[in-house]
Design a protein around this ligand. Structure first.
Ligand code: DO4
Ligand code: MG
Length: 282
């Protein structure tokens, strides 16, 4: 099933039918077993027509987040390790990326409060003080308050490679700024865990022309999704659950940097498309 958040309420797509729930978003998604909960709520009274549902999803879509924090994992794919070792070599910091890739403890960092997150169809920012910028397409988990993964969505962990490359201690400035995180378009709630055969794809368009294309399967990730969730919940309580970006396996070549007005399109099989336009903060 897919769950969209709209100005009209939550819209559930299940078995080719759409249902509208007017529940509080945080309460609706923070369930011990979200799939079973939503299934138990499906009834004909909540059914809405295809045209109406598609209209809400197209024109009234919100970021599928309530009051949850967004966290992120790093260096979970070899491609991310290699790219970061390269960008950090002049700073003599390549070794710390290798060490975190090999270590038992994963890299986890705070990414965003919900009000700074961009949704599908809106703008993501690049920093004016950064000359080398990339999107990071990442499977993103919704983890309930008990630490159990309940849903999946698409995330973009926008990053400044020049700032992080200068010194890894600049990571918060490279990654945590207004509209540096995008999430959407919906939550994907399968009966069982997401298949690791699932493909993530990234296309970047400039003036309507593809300037970068890449894809990777989840099975190339070094860590288990549950392992990332477990570390995050070790010493944190998330009363409404939280979102966790799981790291990028797609990094454009070193001579590529995003420009204003580029279109970043990230798709994940079974979830959909997260599309954003690159901008500078006004
Ligand atoms: O080590 C810095 C961040 C890594 C990251 O965001 C990623 O691998 O996706
Ligand atoms: Mg990342």
């Amino acid at each position: 099933m897919l769950l969209y958040k709209s100005t009209q309420g939550a819209i559930l797509l299940h078995d080719n039918n759409y249902y509208l729930f007017r529940d509080d978003w945080d309460t609706l998604i923070n369930q011990t077993d979200l799939y079973s909960h939503l299934l138990s709520r499906v009834d004909d009274n909540k059914k809405i027509g295809l045209g109406l549902a598609k209209g809400y999803i197209k024109k009234e879509l919100l970021v599928p987040i309530g009051s949850q924090e967004v966290w992120a994992a790093g260096v979970t794919y070899l491609r991310s390790l290699d790219a970061r070792k390269d960008e950090a070599k002049d700073a003599g910091a390549a070794d710390c990326y290798q060490r975190v890739y090999d270590a038992e403890r994963p890299e986890l960092f705070f990414k965003s409060l919900p009000h700074r997150v961009a949704g599908h169809g809106s703008k993501v920012n690049i920093r004016k003080d950064s000359e080398w910028n990339v999107p990071e397409p990442e499977l993103t988990l919704y983890i309930n308050s008990s630490g159990k993964i309940q849903a999946y969505t698409i995330g973009n962990d926008m990053s400044s490679r020049s700032i992080e490359g200068e010194n890894p201690l600049y990571l918060p400035q490279a990654k945590m700024y207004e509209r540096s995180a995008a999430i959407g378009p919906c939550l994907y709630i399968p009966v069982e865990s997401i298949s690791l055969e699932t493909t993530i794809s990234l296309t970047i368009k400039r003036n309507g022309v593809d300037v970068f294309d890449g894809s990777i399967q989840l099975n190339r990730m070094k860590r288990k999704l549950e392992e990332l969730a477990e570390y995050l919940f070790r010493e944190n309580e998330f009363k409404q659950g939280c979102f966790l970006m799981t790291g990028t396996g797609i990094v454009p070549p070193n001579d590529f940097s995003l420009k204003e007005a580029d279109e970043v399109e990230i798709s994940i099989e079974n979830i959909g498309l997260l599309s954003n336009t690159v901008a500078y903060r006004k």
